[in-house]
Every structure is written in C-alpha cells, then in structure tokens.
Ligand binder design. Structure first.
Ligand code: PMP
Length: 394
C-alpha cells in the first residue's frame, strides 16, 4: 500500500464506523450572529459547541482594540519574534500575564498548542522523563514526543497511580516533569492538584499545569485551578490559551523560574513561527482585562453550568464528576452519540460530537460548552430538549 492508499484506507475505516456521521465534523457555520447564536445551513442554532466561556467574542472593548491595532500596525507581523522583533503589544501582554499570575516571567506563543509544544520541549529532552495524565490533550502528548523525553502516563486523575510511577523512577525523578490540566476538555473534570503538588514536592519534580479550559472559569479573578485551590505558588509552570475564555488565538506560559526566559532561545515552536498579529494581541489584552475584572461573568457562567449540569444529571445522563462549563453526556457507542447529536441539531442546538479514540475509555461523548452569555431561557431550552430526547432515545 503506498502513502496515499494508506490515507484512503484510514478514511474508509472512519466512514465505516459512522456512515451517516461524516457531516458532524468540521460542520460549516455560515454566519455567526452573537456569542450564542449562528446559522448552520438554513437553521438558526444555539451555540453550545464553542469554548467561549466568558461569552466575550463580541465584547465591544476587544473589537475596538483589534480595529485600532490593525489601523496602527497592519494585519500581520509577517515573521517570528526572534528574527523579526517583538512588537510593543507582545511585550505588554507578557507583562500583563506575569502581573496576573504574580510571576517574574511570561512568554506569549502563537497558539496554545505551541505554548505546550514549546514549553515542554524546552524543559525536557532525551534522557529526561515526562509523567503525564493519560487523558492529556494532544498538544501535551505532541510536546512530549517533540522533546524526545521518556513518556510515562498515569491513570487519569489518579494520584495513587502517579505515586506508584514516581516511586519506580528512582533517582530519575530529579529530571522528571509532571504535567496535568486544570479542567480536562473531554469530561470537564478537574485535576486533584493538592495531591499532585504534595507528590511533586515529596519527590522533587517540576510541575507544569495547563489551564487552557480553567482560565477565566475557576478562581476569584479567573486564574484557574491554581487560584481555586490556593496553590499558585506551588506550580512551576502554567500554560494556557487565548482561544477559549480570551476569545482570540494564541497561548502563554508563566513561571517564577528565571529559566523560562531561556526558552525563547531554544524552543522551536517559539522561534520558528510567526508571532501573533497586532489585532490578536490587542483583543487578547482587552479580554484579559475583562477576565480579571469579570467576577460577574464568572457568576453568570456558573449559574448556567450548574443549571444545565443538574438538569442533565436528574434526567439520567451519565456526566463527568465535576459540574462546570464542559458538560459531556457519555454514551456507549458512536451510533448513540451521533443520533443524539443529530436530534439536538434538529432542535437547533449545536454541540460537539466526540468519538473514540478522542473520548476516554472507548466511550463516545455529546459535549456541551456553556458560556456566560447564554440566557436563562436558552439554558432552560437546552435542558428541556435533552430531557425530551432522553425519553425518546432510551
Ligand atoms: N491545551 C488544552 C487542554 C486544550 O484543550 C487546547 C485546545 N483545545 C490547547 C491546549 C491548545 O490551544 P489552542 O487552541 O490555543 O491551540
């Protein structure tokens, strides 16, 4: 089989898994009306399949900042910061992230994916070890592969299993990086950070926490799980993305270790790619300001999350253990998930369909992302529709 035939074979296997489900991935969104509504085909749908947790995609402050940046600095930087220079906005945003996390150093990357790739491959290399949660995001896996370090996985959110593996490492713990996530994107559950911190201190490792889904969502000022648990000072490196609560595109890493600064000179995902555009940086800076002062948005978000989570739970859906903006109904087969997903779309509700191997433990998911801009009525309608479909489909 040649290279192209191998791709054809993989495509055939994928289509055979779910013959009617092909259109469920990369669905065309024709028009976006607001943070909560868009048009798919000829349907006006409710958006529950975005990561727009604080509902800021149309925040006037962010839109105006982006407009002004385009007018002043143009549409793109057309090169990497290392070769072509750092704009004022890149440096300002780094200072603002460092200030937000009370850290001495901060690096802005072009995407959150690259923030993980760049940080992990900068921190560890061949001969070192990464100890990661089995349900880690692909950017964490890819960062580990890029680094050339030995990859050891512990059972998802299982500190006892993590300790077992730490014990086996012997004196290799000294060059071990532990990686976890604030909120896991599939089931919306949170890492047992207190136990992870206790173990990383006991064994003398370095800890990286990806707050991609928890930034803006958890903690009084939205720092994430580090703030909710009061463990900010215990985590060595925090990465995150601008593509969720901050409603743009880009990523960051913050730390109190001065060595973070050196990653600018060794980390390929930082050096060999163009820097974020002026408009992206400007809207992110405006969004970070709104996020930091956004306790009213977080309150609204949590009202919505708890309302939908408790409705789905009461009806009988199997959900992840922690209420939050990621609410995933777990079903046994891809066919069941597709049917529920299609029926929701027929009721003008757009959610995410997640099939194996992306979903944990061979299950399939119909995943909702709740945001602060959803109204009580919208959340009520989504809850009522899920309730009706549970009765119809079971
Ligand atoms: N980390 C996690 C946990 C994520 O879920 C994602 C995006 N889905 C990323 C990193 C990458 O973020 P970005 O979209 O900015 O590349």
């Amino acid at each position: 089989m040649n290279l192209l035939e191998k791709i054809d074979a993989a495509a055939t296997a994928r289509i055979a898994l779910l013959p009617n489900g092909v259109g469920a991935f990369g669905i065309p969104i024709e028009e976006v009306y607001s943070a909560t509504e868009a048009r798919i085909g000829d349907r006006r749908v409710l958006l529950l399949g975005t990561n727009n947790y604080l509902g800021l995609t149309f925040a006037p402050e962010c839109i105006q900042a982006a407009h002004e940046a385009i007018d002043k600095e143009g549409t793109g930087t057309t090169g990497s910061r290392m070769a072509n220079g750092s704009y004022f906005g890149h440096r300002a945003l780094e200072r603002e992230f460092a200030d937000f996390y009370q850290c001495s150093s901060s690096i802005v990357f072009t995407t959150g994916y690259q923030a993980n790739l760049g940080t992990i491959s900068g921190l560890v290399g061949p001969g070192d070890t990464v100890l990661i949660d089995g349900d880690s995001h692909a950017s964490i896996y890819d960062g580990c592969i890029l680094s050339g370090a030995d990859i050891i996985r512990f059972k998802h959110n299982d500190a006892a299993d993590m300790e077992k593996r730490l014990r086996r490492l012997g004196n290799r713990v000294e060059t071990t990086l532990i990686i976890a996530e604030g909120i896991y994107s599939m089931l919306g559950d949170q890492a047992p950070l207190a136990e992870i911190v206790r173990l990383k201190n006991q064994y003398g490792c370095i800890l990286l926490l990806d707050e991609a889904h928890s930034l803006g969502v958890l903690g009084e000022t939205g720092q994430g799980l580090v703030e909710k648990t009061g463990l900010l000072k215990e985590v060595d490196f925090i990465t995150g993305t601008f593509s969720k609560s901050l409603c743009s595109i880009g990523g960051f890493c913050v730390s109190n270790h001065p060595q973070l600064e050196q990653l600018r000179y060794i980390s390929h995902p930082y050096i060999f790619t163009a820097s974020p555009s002026p408009a992206t940086i400007a809207s992110t800076r405006a969004a970070l300001e709104l996020l930091r002062n956004g306790s009213h948005l977080r309150k609204q978000l949590w009202n919505n999350c708890t309302q939908l989570y408790s409705t789905l739970k009461e009806v009988g859906y199997e959900l992840g253990p922690d209420p939050g903006p990621v609410i995933a109904a777990v079903v046994d087969t891809p066919q069941q998930a597709l049917l529920l997903w299609q029926r929701l779309l027929e009721h003008n509700i757009y959610v995410n369909l997640i099939l194996p191997p992306a979903a944990p433990e061979g299950k399939s998911l119909v995943r909702c992302s709740v945001n602060a801009a959803h109204t009580r009525d919208q959340i009520q309608y989504v809850g009522d529709t899920f309730t009706k479909l549970f009765k119809e489909l079971n």
